[in-house]
Design a protein around this ligand. Structure first.
Ligand code: ASP
Ligand code: MG
Length: 330
């Protein structure tokens, strides 16, 4: 069965990074590859939209020309010309999305070119998800008209993350960090079960390791817990990343080396999984969040409760007691 494998922008910073990603992808059989923009490029495009600085355009151009040249890949020049022409466009939310679309269109073009050069039967699909026209935060629609062609292609399908298209063909974006959401949504739409979100961190952690150094990688999470954690801002996930995960679908969150966190429709220990900064204190996400409410915590949802203490304390109190009792990955 085909997997949908998303490569995060933090893993796409140089020609060497693209090669590393392509090597990883070649371990899957005809994957659907969802590609983010090169690290930092979406921010640069937003800035370019606001300022229309020629020098910023040139910086964006140089990043992609350099990578493409090193990899011997063609196809970025026409896109860069199109972006240059876009500098003359008026302001408007649709124009901002149009500007942002170049990040994923450029990186996916490079990835597709590289995979072809490596001998794979790879094909590029630009924004194959139909969305409504809420620019900046568009909602994908259950419309297979553009995506069904991916199903028909037998080799590798390279897909732009983050961007979609309205029924009348204008580019939209689904919200920042949205490439993960593109991957899960597309898998659902096409009936693929396995989604792999490859990032620069080894998995979903019990807390932000910068704040809680002893945080551990979760081996497993239920979809309900993941939906809640993303909604509350865990790991900078797009808030709707895990909403499409249903039935026998499952998602792996991992880097190139780790086994990562597996998210699916199953219940797994520990009872409290992720601690996040929220409101004045912390939110604890887990199957037994209701137990925390009984102890005086504030109800956030069925799988999350808020407690008036910093994440480090909440982690010590609710997650750490299970450190001994479970087989963790790290
Ligand atoms: N490139 C987009 C962003 O920076 C989407 C993504 O990376 O997931 O928000
Ligand atoms: Mg991301």
């Amino acid at each position: 069965m085909r997997a949908v494998v998303k490569i995060g922008g933090s893993l796409l910073r140089s020609a060497q990074h693209f090669v590393e990603a392509a090597k990883f992808l070649s371990s899957y059989e005809s994957p659907v590859v969802v590609v983010s923009a090169v690290k930092g490029v979406t921010d640069m495009l937003i800035e370019l939209y606001k300022t229309r600085y020629e020098s910023l355009y040139e910086a964006i151009r140089d990043i992609h020309v350099e990578i493409a040249k090193r990899l011997g890949v063609s196809g970025v020049e026409p896109l860069l010309k199109e972006l240059r022409a876009a500098l003359e466009l008026p302001e408007g939310p649709d124009v901002l999305d149009y500007f942002m679309s170049f990040g994923e269109r450029l990186s996916a073009t490079i990835m597709n070119g590289l995979l072809k050069r490596m001998g794979f039967d790879s094909k590029l699909f630009v924004a194959p998800i139909v969305t409504d026209d809420s620019f900046g935060n568009a909602r994908p629609l259950e419309d297979r008209s553009l995506a069904s062609e991916i199903d028909g292609h037998e080799g590798i399908a390279v897909v732009t993350g983050f961007i979609g298209r309205t029924k009348d063909g204008r580019f939209t974006t689904v919200g920042r960090g949205g490439s993960d959401y593109t991957a899960t949504f597309l898998a659902k739409l096409l009936g693929y079960r396995q989604v792999v979100l490859v990032t620069d961190s080894p998995g979903v952690m019990t807390a932000n390791p910068q704040e809680v150094p002893e945080a551990k990688i979760l081996p497993m999470m239920s979809v309900e817990e993941a939906v809640e954690a993303a909604r509350l801002g865990a790991k900078n996930f797009h808030p709707r990343t895990f909403e499409p995960v249903s039935g026998g679908m499952y998602v792996e969150v991992r880097n190139y080396w780790s086994r990562g966190t597996v998210i699916g429709n199953f219940y797994a220990p520990p009872p409290y999984k992720v601690v996040l900064r929220c409101g004045e204190g912390s939110c604890v996400v887990g199957l037994e969040a209701e137990e925390i409410v009984k102890l005086g915590g504030e109800y956030v949802s069925r799988f999350a409760a808020q407690v008036p203490m910093p994440p480090k304390w909440a982690h010590d109190l609710f997650v750490k007691p299970y450190f001994e009792k479970l087989v963790w990955i790290n």
